[in-house]
Design a protein around this ligand. Structure first.
Ligand code: TYM
Length: 330
C-alpha cells in the first residue's frame, strides 16, 4: 500500500483539463491507497492573487474535489498553508537543489517570459516547494497531468540528493501516474495550446462551473478544420484529436471506438454528441458544487479535519528530517 499525494492551485475555476488529467484519476486512487489532496495556495501566490479571490477560490476548489467524488472521510483534503511543514521542508530542500536543475524547468521559462529579471523568487523556487509537498508525506504515487512530468522528475532528483547527502534512503522516489485518454487536454480555440486557467479566452476551456448552455455553446464554437469525417491525427488535425480524446475520457470508452463510430459523421453530429456527453457528466458536479458552496462552514470543517490528518504525518517526518540534518529540537 503506497501513499498518494496530489495538488491543484486555487486560481480561478477548475476546468475539464484539471478534471480529466488529475481529479478523475484521484477518485480511483482512493479505493486502493491512503490519499492526500492538497489545495496549493502557497504555489498560487507565485503570481499575485487578490486576497478575497484566493480565499473564495480555495473553498471553491475544496467544493469541486468533493463534488467530483473525493470522499473527505477517506482522503485528506486540505490547503497547503495550513500545514506549515511544507514550507519548512521546502527550505531544507532548497539547500540541496543546484540552480542548474531549476534552470531547466520549462514552466518557469514560460511563466517568466521575456522579463526574467523581474520574475519573483517564489516562481523560480516553485518546483522545490512542489517536491516538499510530496516528500513531506513520503508519498509514493503522484497522479498528475502530463504538464507536471518535469516537476515530478525534479522531485525524484531532489529526494535522491537529500538521501545521498545524509547517507540514508529516507525519501522514497515518488512515481508520477499520468493516466487516461486525456492527460493533456488542449484549448478549444487552439489545438496546440494546453487548456489553462490563465488563457484570457473563456471560450478556450470548459469550467466545472459552466452551465449546460455554456458547455453546448463552447463545443459548438470549438475550432476544427475543413477535412471530411472525424479522424484522429495529432499532427494534421490537433483540434479534432483533442475533441476525440475528450470524448473517450468522458465516456470511459477507448478512443479508437469513438473514432470508428464517428468516422463518417460531420461536426454537425459529433459536436452535439460530445456536448451532450459533457453536460451529462458535468451537470451533477456543478450542481453539487453550488450546494456545497452555500455551506462554507461545512467546507471549512472538511479542510480543518484534512489539515489535522495531514499534519500528523508531516510533523513526524519533519522531526526525522531535523534530526538527520542536525537541528536542535528543544
Ligand atoms: P495545476 O493547478 O496547474 O493543475 C492541477 C492538475 O491538473 C492537471 N492539468 C491538466 N491535465 C490535463 N490537461 C490540461 N490541460 C491540464 N491542466 C492542468 C495538472 O497536470 C495537475 O495534475 N504544480 C501543480 C500543483 C502542485 C502539485 C503538487 C501537483 C503543487 N504541488 C504536488 C502534484 C503534487 C500545478 O500547478 O497544477
Amino acid at each position: 500500500m503506497g501513499r498518494v499525494l496530489s495538488g491543484i492551485q486555487p486560481t480561478g475555476n477548475l476546468h475539464l483539463g484539471n478534471y480529466l488529467g488529475a481529479i478523475k484519476n484521484w477518485l480511483t486512487m482512493q479505493q486502493l491507497h491512503e490519499c492526500l489532496y492538497c489545495i496549493v495556495d502557497l504555489h498560487a501566490i507565485t503570481v499575485f492573487q487578490n486576497p478575497a479571490e484566493l480565499l473564495k477560490s480555495t473553498r471553491e476548489t475544496a467544493a469541486a474535489f468533493i463534488a467530483c467524488g473525493i470522499d473527505p472521510k477517506k482522503s485528506a483534503i486540505f490547503n497547503q498553508s495550513a500545514v506549515p511543514e511544507h514550507s519548512e521542508l521546502a527550505w531544507i530542500l532548497n539547500c540541496h537543489t543546484p540552480l542548474g536543475w531549476l534552470n531547466r524547468m520549462t514552466q518557469f521559462k514560460e511563466k517568466a517570459g521575456k522579463h526574467r529579471e523581474n520574475a519573483v523568487l517564489g516562481l523560480y523556487a516553485y518546483p522545490v516547494l512542489m517536491a516538499a509537498d510530496i516528500l513531506i508525506y513520503k508519498a509514493t504515487h503522484v497522479p498528475v497531468g502530463e504538464d507536471q512530468k518535469q516537476h515530478l522528475e525534479l522531485a525524484r532528483d531532489i529526494a535522491g540528493a537529500f538521501n545521498r547527502a545524509y547517507g540514508r534512503e529516507f525519501f522514497p522516489q515518488p512515481e508520477p501516474l499520468i493516466l487516461g485518454e486525456a492527460t493533456r487536454v488542449m484549448s478549444l480555440r487552439d489545438g496546440t495550446k494546453k487548456m489553462s486557467k490563465s488563457d484570457p479566452s473563456d471560450q478556450s476551456r470548459i469550467a466545472l462551473t459552466d452551465d449546460a448552455d455554456a458547455i453546448a455553446n463552447k463545443f459548438k464554437k470549438a475550432k476544427t478544420d475543413m477535412e471530411p469525417g472525424i479522424t484522429y491525427d495529432e499532427e494534421k488535425r490537433p483540434e479534432v484529436a483533442n475533441l476525440l480524446r475528450i470524448f473517450a475520457a468522458l465516456s470511459g470508452r477507448p478512443r479508437a471506438e469513438i473514432e470508428k463510430e464517428f468516422a463518417n459523421s460531420g461536426f454537425g453530429q459529433f459536436k452535439p454528441a460530445l456536448a451532450e456527453l459533457a453536460i451529462t457528466k458535468l451537470a451533477p458536479i456543478t450542481a453539487e458544487m453550488r450546494r456545497l458552496m452555500a455551506d462554507p462552514g461545512y467546507i471549512d470543517s472538511v479542510l480543518r479535519d484534512g489539515a489535522e490528518r495531514a499534519r500528523a504525518i508531516a510533523t513526524s517526518h519533519m522531526n526525522e528530517v531535523k534530526d538527520m540534518v542536525g537541528m536542535l529540537r528543544v
